[in-house]
Ligand binder design. Sequence first.
Ligand code: SF4
Length: 488
Amino acid sequence: MHISDIKNYLRCPRLYQLSLQDEYRPFPYFNINIDVDESIRKKLDIDRYYEGIANDNNENTLRAFREYDWLLKCRFMYRGLRVRVPVLFHDGNECWLYFSFLSTAPTEGELTNIKWTCAVMEHLGFVIKGINLIHLNPDYVRHGELNHKKLWHISDSFYNDNNNPTRNVLDAYHKTRFNLDARLDEFLHFDLDDEDPVIRTNKCTGRSKCRYYDVCFPEESQLPDNSILNLVSSQHKYEMFNSGIKYLSDIDLTHFEGSAQQYAQVMADKKGGLYFEQLALQSWLSENSSETMSFFDFEWDLFPFPPYDDMTVMQVLCFQYSLHIEKDGKLEHKQFIGMDDCRQRFIEQLIEDVPKEGVIFAYNAKGAEIMRLRELQEAFPQYHDQLEQIIVRVVDLANPFIKGMVYDVRMRGLYSLKVIQAMIDRDYSYKDLDVSTGLEAVAIYRRIREESDPDQRNKYYQDLYEYCGLDSYAMVEVYHWLQSLVKP
Ligand code: SF4
C-alpha cells in the first residue's frame, strides 16, 4: 500500500475501495521534456548517489545508506506502507529530506505526503533534521541552455496562494505528528460493507468532484434537465432536493443565492425550458457585430520546464489554431498546426489570417486565447502592436451564458462550448470525431512527433484539424443561435 491509498481512504473509505478496483491513470497534463532527476541532481551538486528502484525493500535502502550520503528515490516500508523520498542526504541516521514539486509554490496541501513519509522513517529509527521543498523558480526565463541552478528554488517553508512563504515544513510536521500505528490499525482493519448506504458529503463534490461520483450516484444522470440539482454554484441544492424540491421552478427563495446564472436557470424552467433576456441579449449582439466576424480557438501544451528561449516555467506553447471568418454570408476557414518551436510561425500566420477589422470571438477568451496572445507578445515584442490589434477586438462568446442573458435547461448547469453546440446542432457534434476533447488533442499532438508512419501522422493531423475546426465552427453556430433567439 502507498500514501495515495491512505489519502483516498482519508477522503472517503468508499473512494479507497473503488480505487482498488480500477486502473485509474490521470492524464499527464505536463509535457515533461527533460530528465527531472538529473536536473535536481545538478541543482544540488549531487555526483555520487544511490538511486532506488521500484520494490526496493528496507534492507536495500539501508545497504545504500552505508555506502552513499545521497539517496534518490529511496524507498522505506513500515507495516506494509511503502513510502518514497525523492532526495535524501544523511549523516548516520540523521536525515535531511527534499520533496520535489512541479509547481512554483507548494502549499500546505502537500503536508499529508510529507508527514506520512516522515512518520514511517521515524518509526524505522531515523531522525528527521530538515525538510526542504524543491520547486520551480517562478522568475526563471530560459535563455539558451537550461540553467538547472536557476530553474529550481529550495525552500524550507510552504507558500500561501499569493506565493508568500508560510509555515516552516519541519515545524508543520512536528505540529501535526500523529500516532502512525493507530492510524494504520484503523486503515488495515477497515472493511466497507457493500450494503451500507452511500451518503453524499462535501467530499463528493468539494474542491474537485470525486471521480466516482457517477458510480456512487448514478440516479443523478437520469434526473430531468430541469432538476434542482442542476442549479449552479448553489450551497443548498441537495438540501432542497432532499426536502422534496425537485425542479428549478420550485426553488425555495430563501435558498436562492441570487446570481444572474441561477435566475436565468429558474426562469428557463418556468418558461418551458428556454430563457433569454431579449433587450440585454439584443444589445450585446448589436454591440458585438461587424461586417466581418472572426471566430478563433487555440490548442496548446503545458511545459513545466521551458523548452525554448524566452519561455518561463509552467508556460504553455500554442501549437494550433482554427479560424472561421464570416463575411457577406460566406464562411471561410483557416487553420494552423506547428511542431517544435512554432511560436513565431504561429504568430505570423495568425496576423496574416485574422482580418484587420471586425469582432473576433473566442469562448472563455480571457483565461485562454487572450492570455496566450499576451504571453506571445511578451516573448516576441516585435509583434506586440500587431497582436494588440487582435487582442483589443476579442469578445468572449461565453458572456451571454455566464452573465445569465440566456439559459436552456438542456445545458443541465454546464456552460462549455461543447455542451451548447451539442444542444443546438444534433446532426454534427464532437461525439462524431475521433478526437473529441482538448486533452485528447494534446495527447495526439504529443504522439505526432514520435510517429514514424506517414499515414498515421496524416491521420493525427486530420484528427487535430477536425477537432479544433469544430471548436471555431461551433462558435459560429452559437452566435447564429443567439441571433435567432432575439429576431423579431
Ligand atoms: S462520490 Fe462521495 S461517496 Fe462516492 S467515493 Fe466519492 S467521495 Fe466517496
